[in-house]
Write a protein that binds this ligand. Structure first.
Ligand SMILES: [Zn+2]
Ligand SMILES: [Zn+2]
Length: 267
């Protein structure tokens, strides 16, 4: 009697398809490992977040210059605990609480490092000699009215120090996913896509010059204190009834917005 069943796939067929089946199973396995690793790091990072945010809530003066908790997670001594503690060992809030004394130092060096980086971005292409070594004292240049940056992800304009904390962080591509590379955390340095906002800089420079001030040194604060006004030659309104045309006189910050965004009020 002939059997109703045959081996499927036959040996030769199996030999043909086995590489793709094995490859598929390998991919599924890697994906599961990646997901587990991601969840593990995320849970530990969340515990750090709780402690770090509670620290910041009592140190509001440091907050404008503080890295995100995701960056603190990638900074020692937290990095080793989060990334290198064996999977089966519990990592929790209490461990991070005992290391809270590290926060001021981390915030301080992060502030200096990112500010120096911004200084390089700000001065690049502005006539400063290439490769010039900037000093920490030069960071004050970031308070200039012409220190304007933009985020190449959302195109919003940023001033210092808000650019440090308000830039949207878009994770840099990590290449082929492998368990070792899985990481929900990111850093400002690698993931904030900040560039000089050339149009806004020339716009602000123009307004400062019209107001008779020096755009290469004046700060936002000094400009605010001067409280000078400009008359826009393009903004105008017609008085109802008489039909008389008036020009707008505006504070310097309003002039900047109108000029940068090109939102002149034409009647
Ligand atoms: Zn953005
Ligand atoms: Zn105008």
């Amino acid at each position: 009697m002939v059997a109703d069943f045959v081996l499927f796939p036959s040996r030769t067929e199996w030999e043909k398809i086995s590489p793709s089946v094995v490859g598929y199973l390998e991919k599924v396995r890697t994906r599961r490992l990646c997901e587990a690793r991601f969840a593990l790091i995320e849970t530990r990072t969340e515990a750090l977040r709780e402690v770090y945010e509670s620290y910041l809530s009592t140190h509001r003066d440091q907050e404008p210059y503080a890295p995100s908790y995701r960056e603190v997670a990638r900074t020692e001594p937290f990095r080793t605990i989060i990334y290198d503690t064996p999977e089966e060992d519990r990592v929790g809030v209490s461990q991070f609480v005992s290391l809270m004394d590290n926060f001021p130092g981390i915030i301080d060096s992060w502030r200096t490092e990112t500010s120096m980086l911004l200084l390089h971005i700000y001065t690049k292409g502005s006539g400063s000699p290439e490769g010039k070594v900037w000093l920490e004292s030069d960071i004050q240049m970031l308070s200039r009215a012409t220190a304007i940056f933009t985020c190449s992800v959302c195109c919003r304009l940023h001033l210092y120090p808000n650019v440090l904390t308000q830039a949207c962080l878009q994770k840099a591509p990590q290449g082929d996913a492998s368990v070792e590379r899985v990481d929900p955390n990111f850093t400002w340095k690698e993931d904030a896509h900040i560039v000089r906002e050339e149009d806004a800089i020339s716009s602000v420079t123009e307004i400062i010059q019209v107001l008779g001030e020096d755009p290469t040194s004046i700060t936002w604060k000094e400009m605010d204190e001067l409280d000078k006004r400009v008359e826009c030659l393009r903004c105008r309104r017609t008085q109802s009834g008489t039909g008389k045309i008036f020009r707008y006189v505006m504070a310097w910050r309003s002039a900047v917005s109108v000029n940068v965004l090109q939102i002149h009020a034409a009647c």
